[in-house]
Design a protein around this ligand. Structure first.
Ligand SMILES: Nc1ncnc2c1ncn2[C@@H]1O[C@H](COP(=O)(O)OP(=O)(O)OP(=O)(O)O)[C@@H](O)[C@H]1O
Ligand SMILES: O=P(O)(O)OC[C@@]1(O)O[C@H](CO)[C@@H](O)[C@@H]1O
Length: 304
């Protein structure tokens, strides 16, 4: 089973304001809201690609109920731990560019944290855990490392998509897949990455630290895959970007779906990038038909 874990889920409240001006009243032309948080997005896209998944994490209050109900309606199994306060609402403002305001998330008690760690400890070497997104401030900063260690002990495949201190702490751990974007990779190595060569250089360092599969996404500039004896580049297809929220998460889902369905590494990588772009070209997350539409336009090349 592929489990996803979102420590800090959200409702993503998307507001389209054609000409946003700060310091004055703006009226949105369109608004919509979806369950959000990186692990939840990974679960939603996996489900759409025909792969079973169970969503874990912390949810609470009316916003938490919305997430649970939405996922149930999409027939996604979830086993969230209840929190005392409401799940956060993140604002995604679409204007000439995209602005995001993410909340801090609710407080979590020691009992709630222990309950989640127990769920992780029950996973086996047949399972995969995707841990993605930010760490609420009341959790110990090494919570990602604790979960990675439990997975290593039980030989559960551990996948992570995070940034900052949580990503820092994972270096040297036993990891199946890491998917930073090139900014997060640069932050990790305390440098700025603005070329393909640098992405490959630092991505290989990540691989050498013990990560089985590294994917570095570079927005509209494509993505790099680094694995055993293999470095690949994927271009992205042309299209109009409508909403890039969840595009990176869709890359993770597409890659894992590919492997689960028996595709090669190259094809799984291509499928992942296709899912990322397909999401970027939709208002909500991609569906399988959107992925098929762009798949043909993605070329994979080998880098030496
Ligand atoms: N301009 C674009 N055109 C086509 N595809 C894109 C574009 N921008 C992003 N994508 C797709 O989305 C994927 C992820 O993009 P990005 O590198 O921005 O990840 P990210 O920062 O983790 O995303 P996010 O946090 O917004 O989910 C890319 O690999 C690509 O497939
Ligand atoms: O605040 P975090 O946990 O870093 O990111 C949360 C978030 O921005 O990530 C997802 C897109 O990847 C959104 O659904 C969600 O709002």
């Amino acid at each position: 089973m592929i489990y996803t874990c979102t420590l800090n889920p959200s409702i993503d409240y998307i507001m389209s304001v054609p000409k946003f001006e700060s310091g004055t009243l703006n009226r949105a032309h369109n608004t919509s809201f979806y369950p959000g948080g990186k692990g939840i997005n990974v679960s939603r896209v996996l489900r759409r690609l025909g792969v079973g998944t169970i969503a874990l994490g912390f949810t609470g209050g009316f916003s938490g109920n919305f997430i649970k109900q939405f996922l149930s309606e999409e027939r996604i199994e979830h086993r969230f731990i209840d929190t005392d306060k409401d799940t956060r609402i993140n604002v995604k403002l679409k204007s000439s560019d995209e602005t995001e305001i993410n909340g801090p998330g609710p407080e979590l008690t020691t009992d709630q944290q222990e309950a989640l760690l127990k769920q992780v400890d029950e996973m086996t070497n047949k399972d995969t855990l995707v841990l993605a997104g930010s760490v609420p401030s009341t959790l110990p900063p090494d919570f990602y490392m604790t979960i990675a260690d439990i997975c290593a002990k039980n030989r559960t495949k551990f996948v992570a998509d995070t940034s900052g201190k949580a990503l820092d702490g994972l270096i040297g751990k036993r990891i199946f897949l890491l998917k930073p974007n090139h900014h997060e990779l640069g932050e990790l190595f305390k440098t700025e990455i603005d070329s393909l060569e640098q992405t490959v250089h630092y991505g290989r360092k990540l691989f050498e630290s013990g990560v089985e599969h590294v994917i570095v996404s570079m927005g509209g500039s494509g993505a790099i895959y680094i694995g055993e004896n293999k470095t690949l580049h994927a271009n992205v297809p042309e299209g109009v970007v409508k909403n890039s929220v969840g595009a990176g998460d869709s890359v993770v889902s597409g890659f894992l779906a590919g492997l689960t369905q028996g595709r090669s590494i190259e094809e799984s990588f291509r499928f992942g990038v296709a899912a990322g772009s397909a999401t970027a070209f939709q208002d909500d997350l991609c569906e399988e038909k959107h992925v098929s539409e762009v798949l043909e336009n993605i070329e994979i090349s080998f880098i030496h």
